[in-house]
Structures are given as C-alpha cells and as structure tokens.
Write a protein that binds this ligand. Structure first.
Ligand code: DMJ
Length: 645
C-alpha cells in the first residue's frame, strides 16, 4: 500500500481529512451541546454559507480570472486567447467569443461552457495529432528496419559470392580510338581540340585547388558546392564525372590524381540521402566508364560498392524505386514536390545501362533483374494516348499527374530504351519495340511545327499541348539520329531528318540570344519562336544537350555545320561563362552583362569529346556522356551464367 507521504499533494490532503483518519474534531464537546446552542450555531452557519454563495455571483468578471486548477490554465489559456482573436477578425475562433457580454451571469456561465467545450476539442485534436505523429514515426522506423535487413542480406550474399571465389568474366575492353587514332588530321580542328582541352584543364585545376573532394566548385566564391541530389555529402562528384574525359583527352596526371582520391577517400557508408538517378548516372556511370577505359580495378570495386547501397531503394510494394535513398540506413523516399508521392519516369527509367553492366561485371543478376522488372511493369500499364506520364506511384503502381515530356522528368527514359537495345548488341528487341512505339506517340501528340517552320517538341500537360521546349529536350535530336538505324518501316531517313530539324531549332534557341547560349526553356507562342519569355527560364547552367545533339548529327552526317555550331557554343561558354576560378552558369542569356550563378556543374566536365574517338558501334554513352561498351555476348549469356531474357 502506498503511504500518504508518497501520494500527490491533493491526495495527501484528502487522506488527512478522510473518516478513517485517527484525528477527530473535539469529541468531548458533542454531549455537552444544548439544543438552543445548536440552533444558534446553525443560524450562523447558514448565514455564512449564504454570504459565500452570493459572493460568487458578485465577483467581477475578468478575462484574467483564472478558473482552471492543476496547472491546466497555462496550457489552455493561450488557446482561448488565440481563439478569441481569431474570432475577432472574422476567421474561425471560439464560438461565443465575439458575443460575450461582460458581467452577465447566465451568459458568463454559457460562455464558459462553450469555451470549455472548445478547449476539450482542442485537447482532443492535439492528442489525435500526437497519435498520428507517433504512428508516422513507427512506420518510418519499420521502413528503416526493413531497409537495414535488405542491406545486410545484400552484404551477406556478396560475401558468399566472394568466398565461392566465382570466376568473373574477362572483360573485353573495346577499342578506344576510331579512325586515324582520333587525330582529326587538319590543323584547324587540332587547334580547336587543344582549346577544348585547355578549357577542361581550367575547370579541373580550379576544382582541384578550391574544392577538392567536394561535389562541385563555386568558381566565384572559390570554394566547394553541393546540392541535395548528393545529400549534402562530400563525394567528389566532379572527380568521378571528369575521369573518363580526362582519360580520353590524355590528361593522365589529372586522371591519376582523381584515381588516388577515389582510392583513399571515396566512401559510400555515409549518412547521406542521395538521388538514386543522379548517383547512378554520374557515379556508377563515371566509375564504370573509367574502369572500362583504364582497366583499373578500383573503379569497378567502387561502382559495385555503391550499387549495393542503392539496392534498398527498390524495396517498395511495386519494385519501382524511390527517388532518394539514405546510403547508410537504406531508407528511401520520394521528392516532396513530385505529384502524389510519385517516383519520376526519367529517374527510375534511367538505370538500365549501368545496372546491366553491373550484373555483367559482378556476376550478380540482381541489378539486371531490378531494371528488367521496371520495364516489364511499364510494359503492362495503360498509357494515355500511348504516352508515358512522368509520375508513377511506387506504392500503388498507378500513374500520378498526366504530364508527359521528352525534356525534364521524362527525357532519359526514352534514351535508355534505345540504348538498352544498343548495349545488348541490338538483341534486346523488347526495348527497341518500346522505344519505337513511344516515338510514334511522341511524334503524333507532342511534335509540331511553329508558324515559321521550326520543329519543336512540346509537353502534354493538363489535357493540352504546351508549346514550350526545354534545353533538356534538345538531346532528342541526337537520340532520333542514333535510333534512325533499326527503326521500323525503313524510316531511318525520316528519323535522321527529325534529328536535323531538332538540332536546327535548338541552334536557333542559342542564336536568338545575346550571349549565343541557349535558355533553359523557350516558347513557340504567337509571334514568339525559340525564345524564353519568363525571367526564370533565361538561365544557362553549362548544360550539354544541344552540343550533344550537334555531336551525334556530325557523327551521322559529317555535315561541317554541326562542328561549326559546336565550336560557336564552346566559344560562347569560354567568353561568357569563364571566370578566374573556373566556369560558371549565367542567369540571363539575353543580357549583355550577365550575372553568374557561381556553380560549375559536375556534368560540365563529363560532356566534351572529339570526333573520331570512341566509335559508336563499340561504345554507348550513358546519359551523362560516360562511355560504356556494347556487350557483344549478351544475346547468349550475361556474365557467363546469367541468362538475359
Ligand atoms: C545531365 O546530368 C544528364 O544529361 C541528365 O540526363 C540530364 N541532364 C543533365 C545535364 O543537363
């Protein structure tokens, strides 16, 4: 039994006054009291009670009058005040708060009852909210536990494989150079090549000096930079993105520096929530390309370590991966801005090339299975007008908002359908068929000609075609050209022509600016053609898509105008984006005195190549321009023991 001393104050007080208390009030007086005395006593007592009772009614009403015991007033009064002031300005407040008449006894009680009811409601709502929050936390930790189990499983599997000492396939490293050992032959082109190399060195050296190990460089502030796609970690994104370019350009000292940093510092067990797509295209793509070019094992090892860390992102009810994953805990989630909790088409649809290569190199089919599962799922789904919407919910497997684009949010999904076919040495006909069908619907519903005959690719949004094209969409010119060979109904000429038209339009978007650099997005409305109208679409952040299309068009047609256009863009970048500390994006391509955004994007160092290196029948470029070899043996087996189909 608890002793009174241990009870709370109020309980202790009650215990002292209870009938079982050993203390009684003057027992010896009881017998001696007479009737008249009792009567007088009773009279006095009743007069006293009447006085007290009346006093309650005559007490002045005051908003400061504290009616609540047990300390509750401190919690509740602010709500009352809040409710009252809300009522005053007409918005939802406590009922009656605005009509109370001070001093009216009936109203007073009535108002207090209302207030008490309101307060009870608020307390209930608070409790419900707290309960919801607790549930949410519980759910999160469940996800975390699930992800951790999966990560552990993967690790054990990987260890088992190592112990089995399974022989991994000998990796054929294809020819690096095409005709003339990559030597352009004529002095003019050689000089331009040297200039591009010098620009690469300027970008690299400044990154090396001011931001080494950081993800990117702030060339004006001369310090490191990072964004949420890398989870605010320091993973040296620029080093990894630049490796293959350094190698191809023959900048071997720089390449060695990069390799050394990766060997010693690149650690993926960090508590960072990264974008699965970005990390795949920049890091896994970059590391694999560096491995294939140089044959250095460390790049392969790092790529497969990282790939393992991305696997928990696939732990969703549908197998469509989350957009982000925490590299340490394995917990995944989607971008807050994405429609109805959806994953993004261009993100989960741009894993195929790298994942096929990972299975090929590690002998573990898991990577290939993951991306094949995504494809099978997409293949089965209904598509409005044959178009793939950009949003897909990974919990329900249903499309989100019906927004389709060949630019941001959609772009590289289409590119990877084509490249899945190419990397399989043209044996993955399922991917080719999906690509061809998608192109047909895109041509029918999204591609139009402007009043003056510029071909553009618009976006399907809110039930109509938006006559706007993004800088990102400009990569499609190169994609059409790359896919021309092998297109159905002998439409190779048609697609090459379409590629040329898109290249022309995108060139116009550059040519119609003051800086001769293209805006982020441009319109085809009324009198406006290939020009950005909104201030927030006038920036250029060193993106490669337009130059990429020129590059493919040059490769397939050898029309010198594409080289010329590429050179013009390179000169404009050198003139307007170059600063002492590297290269920076600019905020307005229509202004003759542009301001800088102070970011040297890592993809800037991944983009520049010269003509005759890397023949396209041996190499497929991932979406970040990292070259991966065509897997010649894929039609029979993957990695010697993993069947492809
Ligand atoms: C690159 O990181 C890749 O090309 C990606 O597919 C989208 N675009 C950026 C650069 O603009």
């Amino acid at each position: 039994m608890s002793s009174p001393a241990l009870l709370p104050v109020s309980s202790r007080r009650l215990a002292a006054l209870s009938p079982s208390s050993p203390v009684s009030f003057y027992p010896h007086h009881r017998a001696t009291l007479r009737l008249s005395e009792k009567f007088i006593l009773l009279l006095i007592l009743s007069a006293f009670i009447t006085l007290c009772f009346g006093a309650i009614f005559f007490l002045p009403d005051s908003s400061k009058h504290r009616r609540f015991d047990l300390g509750l007033q401190d919690v509740l009064i602010p709500h009352v005040e809040q409710g009252r002031s809300a009522g005053r300005d007409g918005s939802a407040g406590l009922q009656g708060g605005g009509v109370m008449v001070h001093g009216g006894g009936e109203e007073h009680r009535h108002r207090h009852r209302d207030e008490e009811e309101q307060l009870r409601k608020m307390i209930r709502a608070d409790h419900e909210r707290a309960l919801e929050e607790a549930k949410e936390k519980l759910k999160k930790s469940k996800d975390q536990i699930r992800a951790e189990i999966q990560t552990e499983k993967n690790r054990v599997m990987q260890d088992m494989k190592k112990r089995e000492g399974k022989q991994l396939p000998v990796v054929p490293i294809p020819k690096l150079v095409g005709i003339n050992n990559g030597d352009p032959g004529d002095p003019d082109t050689r000089e331009k090549q040297e200039k591009i190399k010098e620009m690469m060195k300027h970008a690299w050296d400044n990154y090396r000096q001011y931001a080494w190990g950081h993800n990117e460089l702030k060339p004006l502030s001369r310090k490191g930079h990072t964004t949420n796609i890398f989870g605010n970690s320091q993973l040296g994104a620029t080093i990894v993105d630049a490796l293959d370019t350094l190698y191809i350009m023959g900048l071997f000292d720089e390449f060695r520096d990069g390799k050394e940093w990766i060997e010693k510092n690149l650690d993926f067990s960090v508590n960072a929530e990264v974008s699965v797509f970005e990390v795949n295209i920049r890091f896994i793509g970059g590391l694999l390309a560096a491995y294939y070019l140089s044959g250095e094992e460390v790049f392969k090892q790092k790529a497969s370590q990282l790939a393992e860390k991305l696997l928990p992102s696939f732990n969703t009810p549908t197998g469509i991966p989350w957009a982000m994953v925490n590299l340490k805990s394995g917990v995944g989630r989607n971008w807050g801005w994405a429609s109805a909790g959806s994953s993004i088409l261009s993100e989960f649809g741009t894993l195929h090339l790298e994942f096929v290569h990972l299975s090929y190199l590690t002998g573990d089919p898991i990577y290939y299975k993951k991306v094949l599962h995504i494809r099978k799922l997409l293949q089965k789904m209904d598509r409005p007008n044959g178009l793939y919407p950009n949003y897909l919910n990974p919990r329900t497997g249903r499309w989100g908002q019906h927004h389709t684009s060949v630019g941001g949010l959609g772009d590289s999904f289409y590119e990877y359908l084509l490249k899945a076919w190419l990397v399989s040495d043209k044996t993955d006909t399922e991917a080719r068929k999906m690509y061809d069908d998608a192109m047909q619907s895109i041509e029918k519903h999204l591609i139009r000609k402007s009043n003056t005959g510029l071909t553009f690719i618009g976006e399907w949004k809110n039930g109509h075609l938006e006559r706007k094209m993004g800088h990102l969409t400009c990569f499609a010119g190169g994609m059409f050209a790359l896919g021309a060979d092998g297109s159905p109904d002998d439409k190779a000429g048609h697609y090459l022509q379409l590629g040329a038209e898109i290249a022309h339009t995108c060139h116009q978007s550059y040519d119609r600016t003051v800086l001769k650099l293209g805006p982020e997005a441009f319109k085809f409305d009324g009198g406006t053609e290939a020009v950005a109208l909104r201030q927030n679409e006038k920036y250029y952040i060193l993106r490669p898509e337009v130059i990429e299309t020129y590059w493919y068009m040059w490769r397939f047609t050898h029309d010198p105008k594409y080289r010329q256009w590429g050179w013009e863009a390179a000169q404009a970048i050198d003139k307007y984006c170059r600063v002492i500390g590297g290269f920076s994006g600019v905020k307005d391509v229509y202004s003759s005195s542009p301001t800088y955004d102070d970011v040297q994007q890592s993809f800037f160092l991944a983009e520049t190549l010269n003509d005759d290196l890397l023949p396209l029948d041996y190499w497929v470029f991932n979406t970040e321009a990292h070259p991966l070899p065509v897997l010649r043996s894929m039609n029979t087996t993957l990695s010697g023991n993993v069947a492809l189909q």
